[in-house]
Design a protein around this ligand. Structure first.
Ligand code: CA
Ligand code: CA
Length: 159
């Protein structure tokens, strides 16, 4: 009898814990001014799959308009997800159209912020054309990377 009671209490506790909507959303939605964000920090994929994933969610891969927005995203990486050394996260920045000229694929606007890591962008081996956040030995900033690299990503949506 007591064993049944314990099981029932456990069930009740678990049902309550898992039925609270918003716990997951609270972690993964991070509004800033007129945008809300979806942070994918469990599944890694390449630049193109990240772009398409956001489209399927009626969102778009991250573009960063201002230094303030950059700081907001950086704060998410530092405080809300596991973004340790060598972690990567895609933005929609790229220089696929013209080498060395970086644009946000999602917004169509040029990359105006200057938040590159030291010695980046370096177009290493002549094949780095997509922009990610990179944790380089504890320092997080922007890096041009091979578009096929597997990384986390952030989708954004205008509110
Ligand atoms: Ca390049
Ligand atoms: Ca690079």
């Amino acid at each position: 009898m007591s064993r049944i009671c314990v099981l029932f209490v456990l069930f009740a506790v678990c049902a309550t814990a898992f039925s609270q909507p918003g716990i997951r959303n609270k972690r993964q939605s991070n509004d800033f001014r007129n945008k809300s964000y979806y942070v994918e920090s469990l599944i890694k994929t390449n630049f193109f799959n990240a772009f398409m994933f956001c489209q399927r969610m009626n969102m778009r891969l991250l573009s960063i308009a201002t230094n303030e927005e950059y700081d907001h995203i950086l704060n998410i990486l530092r405080t809300q997800i596991q973004f340790g050394p060598d972690s990567r996260l895609w933005t929609s920045g790229n220089d696929l159209a013209q080498e060395g000229k970086f644009d946000w694929l999602s917004s169509g606007h040029p990359v105006l912020i200057n938040k590159w890591l030291h010695k980046q962008p370096d177009n290493r081996d002549g094949v780095e054309n997509c922009v990610d956040f990179w944790n380089e030995n504890g320092v997080i900033g922007l890096n041009d990377d091979h578009c096929g690299v597997l990384a986390y990503f952030i989708c954004e949506k205008q509110k």
